[in-house]
Design a protein around this ligand. Sequence first.
Ligand code: ADP
Length: 150
Amino acid sequence: MERVALFPGSFDPFTLGHEDIVRRGLSLFDKVVVGVGHNSKKKRYFPIETMLDYIRQTFDGENRIEVITYDELTAELAKRYKANYLLRGLRNTTDFEYENSISQVNRYLNTELETVFLITSPSYAHINSSIIREVHRYGGDVEAFLPYKL
Ligand code: ADP
């Protein structure tokens, strides 16, 4: 059976840290589906369609990566894409606290779903989408944190 992993997130914006998790995920899974979610709690800074284009551009020519948007429960989306794994990145204990509860809920909603965590590569551990948004909002240069040109 094909091993499909879903990498869900807000990706507002998608960073070098996210790209690293996807590429490393390819050594574990046959296919990685990057799901750009409409987060009910947050209004996006970068429009979702624009971010979709940037992520597709980042993985251009890589036929084992699919990039989609979604507006439903992650556990349901995983079923639709026949993904038995959720891929997530861990940077620190703050990520762990959040990821721990969310992975328990996802497994409750979809018993087939296993969450797989990859520890961030040290060179990307400091990269944080919300700080990038703040820097960009006030005109700072954020290109060094992104795998594409804005
Ligand atoms: P969410 O809103 O679902 O937390 P994010 O876009 O902030 O979505 O993050 C998606 C996933 O990527 C999360 O698992 C997060 O911990 C992980 N992540 C975020 N930044 C990095 C990074 N610099 N290196 C590795 N993983 C990261």
